[in-house]
Design a protein around this ligand. Structure first.
Ligand SMILES: NC(=O)c1ccc[n+]([C@@H]2O[C@H](COP(=O)([O-])OP(=O)(O)OC[C@H]3O[C@@H](n4cnc5c(N)ncnc54)[C@H](O)[C@@H]3O)[C@@H](O)[C@H]2O)c1
Length: 421
């Protein structure tokens, strides 16, 4: 687009055929970024800054004129469009990165896959599990890649925990407790976007915006809970209509339990993950994971020890990591590597569905006071959300974009930690 809003696709159209050839020759992925607000513009800065050498931004789109002007100034050579649909139809991308508010993810992702484009979509996958399921089915039918920006999976500490649990060294899970209250937001944050923190614009609060990362990590590390109970306080710390304080209780197949507490109202907040297993425990806080390993399973000790007050002689070690924490850049690079070399992306379409299903289950448990079983009754959830959307109060104001980095948001994990065991 030009600054006045008229399309400037003329000059770009003539390049499209040439662009197609160049892409094949140079073996880079021609990426279109849809939504260049807070997160989309950070993706642009990262790619323009040379952090994603297998990717070229060939197009961007935003509904807002000021963001299109920003793109025209910062991204010479990239076609600039008014809408994601226009970008998808233009034919000068191999793949798209969708960074629009959550309700827009489904339509754009499906449309892109139908047009033969691979899709990297921001978290959460969608507002509802039913939408994420439709996206997954489209990916399966079209054979396109659909992956999600679960950038915290790239954190060396979480990867080390994932590997340790996967190796079986800690035995079966007994309990997971996660306090995630380091997502502090002020009222100014909520007022900075008309869509934010409304049922109609965002579809939820901390569960939809900040905590999708930890919901995904929880499932990645510990598996999908089978039952959920929860209390969701709406507008407890801010003048918003959606939840900003959540306590959830989980039960897993096999009997393990879990608690997750999240809020955007605690200052200073805490990010403490404790995973207790039959053969030891892991505690992740303040930039590293400490672990204690038992020489035998607690289940055997419990029933075989003669000592009524048995004391574990497990010594603490700090989990060794590779120190690499690439965050968003890591996800984009893995997406490109998947397209070019068929290596696995950071997360699958099913991972995106699972994370939003758990989020929906927590909401529904909070709304009803019931214990919710997973898989979720998606139709019932959709009806309950629709009721809230119908009552939602539109917000006045305008949308603001901040030139801030999201690299460290919501985590106190030290990116350069390289502790030895
Ligand atoms: N992974 C992370 O760390 C992270 C961090 C922040 C935001 N996000 C996610 O990114 C998404 C966007 O969040 P944000 O904070 O950047 O929002 P934002 O409001 O700052 O930016 C969204 C932009 O999308 C544009 N847009 C909306 N619909 C469009 C369409 N159909 N076509 C073209 N442009 C369109 C808007 O005009 C706006 O400029 C959300 O889903 C959010 O959850 C992820």
């Amino acid at each position: 687009m030009n600054y006045d809003g008229s399309c400037r696709t003329d000059c770009l159209k003539k390049d499209a055929g040439e662009e197609n050839k160049m892409s094949m020759d140079s073996e880079t992925v021609r990426l279109g970024i849809i939504g260049i607000g807070n997160m989309g513009s950070e993706h642009c800065r990262n790619i323009q800054g040379g952090k994603c050498p297998d990717v070229r931004i060939t197009a961007v789109a935003d509904l807002r004129e000021d963001r299109r002007r920003w793109a025209s100034e910062r991204l010479p050579g990239a076609a600039v469009y008014c809408s994601g649909e226009e970008l998808i139809s233009a034919g000068n991308c191999d793949a798209v990165l969708i960074a629009v508010p959550h309700f827009g993810h489904e339509a754009l992702a499906i449309s892109a896959m139908e047009k033969g484009l691979d899709v990297l979509c921001e978290k959460p996958a969608a507002v509802t599990a039913s939408a994420a399921r439709r996206m997954l089915k489209t990916a399966e039918r079209t054979g396109r890649c659909l992956t999600y920006m679960f950038n915290q999976r790239t954190n060396c500490t979480y990867r080390a925990i994932h590997d340790a649990l996967g190796s079986g060294a800690f035995g079966e899970l007994k309990r997971v407790n996660w306090i995630v209250t380091d997502w502090y937001r002020t009222q100014r944050y909520y007022d900075s976007g008309t869509w934010r923190a409304t049922w109609s614009g965002e579809g939820g609060g901390v569960l939809l915006n900040q905590c999708p990362h930890q919901l995904d990590l929880l499932i990645w590390l510990c598996g999908m809970p089978k039952k959920v109970r929860a209390v969701c306080h709406e507008g407890k710390w801010h003048r918003i209509e959606v939840e900003d304080d959540v306590s959830a209780y989980f039960e897993f197949e096999g009997g393990a339990t879990g608690v997750m507490i999240t809020s955007t109202g605690d200052l200073p907040g805490t990010n403490r993950l404790e995973i207790d297993c039959e053969k030891g425990k892991i505690v992740c806080e303040d930039g590293f994971a400490r672990c204690w390993k038992l020489s035998e399973s607690e289940r055997s000790i419990c029933f075989e020890s003669d000592n009524p007050w048995y004391h574990a002689d497990a010594s603490m070690t700090v989990m060794k990591t590779d120190g690499i924490n690439l965050q968003h850049v890591g996800v984009i690079n893995a997406f490109a590597d998947h397209i070019l070399n068929r290596r696995p992306p950071v997360a699958t379409a099913a991972d995106g569905l699972n994370a939003i299903m758990l989020s929906n289950a927590i909401h529904m448990a909070g709304w009803t006071g019931e214990e919710i079983t997973i898989p979720l009754n998606e139709e019932r959830f959709d009806r309950m959300l629709e009721e809230r959307i119908a009552r939602s109060q539109p917000k006045n104001g305008y949308d603001q974009t901040y030139e801030t980095s999201h690299e460290r948001t919501g985590e106190t994990i030290n990116p350069s930690s390289d502790h030895t065991s």
